[in-house]
Design a protein around this ligand. Structure first.
Ligand code: SF4
Length: 329
């Protein structure tokens, strides 16, 4: 069986596929488990504090419980906790490969990081080129699913979220993922158009499983999932270093704001919900976001991978009600 290599957030997955290993986004394993709390509890039993981000605990729990031995850890450009997590995993005897997205988006520095990763996995540039081309075809299908969400209004916000968030590892098999995407596209084309109020969801992917269903039942349609769309790398430059510097997520808030403002216009979004994770340093970015986003803005916070609490439900209901009145629908 091919070796599984875990990772802590989106990385240039083309290199892992070219190395014939099975890439595995640890976040996806954690959140799609039947009992994600199982992984958090494992981390807490091993001494992780209660008052820290549960995504980090979930990642740790998955590595330990699934026996993943090799992990690519993004130590710059993702999460302020990853360095300590990497050290704990090393201490547990795991092989950890650090990868960095340079904060200033310096393409030469990123090129060096890509080279280092390729050399670690002993892949040749020719092999990477071949895989990149095949993966680009899958990325184009994901872009089409996104277009079918905001332009044709045929895909739900939750489906959009799932297709794009899973693109980080393409469920370990990009050819199969591409085939699934083709069948999904054919299926949604027979649906009726959704004419609920179009809104966007920004911030890290939400941890609560029922958020999309709850909000969409109230009368809005989530047609923009900021971070999940970024994970799908909707950039089709021929050079990998260029694609991964156009990718906004690791490079600070101002580059993200530019992308969000462009998509509000393009997708005609009437509101933005900012999801923040409890104990995440990124929550502070809310200060800048709420001062720069020009449409009605709501910030909600999640903590555990459980259903929405009643306070958040009331706030979401009031927000959607306000949008319905404002838009006169
Ligand atoms: S939600 Fe924030 S703290 Fe948690 S893993 Fe993501 S970036 Fe790190």
């Amino acid at each position: 069986m091919d070796k599984v290599v875990g990772f802590t957030t989106t990385i240039p997955v083309e290199i892992l596929f070219a190395a014939d290993v099975i890439p595995c986004d640890l976040n996806n394993i954690f959140i799609s488990a039947e009992e994600p709390m199982f992984y958090i509890e494992r981390a807490e039993r091993d001494g992780f504090p209660r008052n820290m981000c549960n995504w980090v605990k979930g990642i740790y729990g998955v590595v330990m419980e699934k026996g993943i031995e090799e992990i690519v850890a993004v130590v710059e450009g993702d999460c302020s906790n990853t360095q300590a997590l990497m050290e704990i995993l090393k201490h547990r005897g795991k092989k950890v490969i650090p990868f960095s997205f340079p904060y200033d988006r310096d393409r030469d520095v990123l090129k060096r990081e890509l080279k280092k990763l390729a050399s670690y996995f002993s892949v040749t540039p020719e092999r990477i080129k071949k895989v990149e081309k095949e993966i680009e075809d899958v990325r184009r299908l994901l872009e089409e699913i996104d277009r079918l969400t905001w332009q044709e209004r045929l895909v739900t916000g939750y489906e959009n979220h799932l297709w794009l968030v899973r693109s980080s590892d393409m469920m370990g098999d990009y050819k199969k993922y591409g085939g699934m995407a083709e069948r999904f596209i054919a299926e949604v084309k027979t649906r009726k158009k959704n004419d609920a109020i179009p809104i966007g969801m920004i911030g890290v992917p939400p941890i609560q499983p029922d958020l999309f269903e709850f909000i969409e039942k109230k009368g809005v349609h989530v047609v923009f999932n900021e971070t999940q769309r970024q994970f799908s790398l909707p950039y089709f430059s021929k050079r990998m270093a260029e694609r991964y510097t156009l990718y906004t997520y690791p490079y600070g808030i101002f580059y993200r704001v530019k992308d969000i403002l462009g998509e509000i216009k393009r997708r005609n979004l009437k509101g933005i919900v900012h999801y923040v994770q409890a104990f995440c340093y990124r929550s502070m970015e809310d200060v800048i976001l709420r001062e720069t986003i020009p449409v009605p803005f709501l910030t909600i916070e999640g903590d555990l991978p459980k259903g929405l609490d009643s306070r958040t439900k009331i706030r979401l209901e009031a927000y959607v009600e306000m949008l319905i009145q404002k838009e006169g629908v």
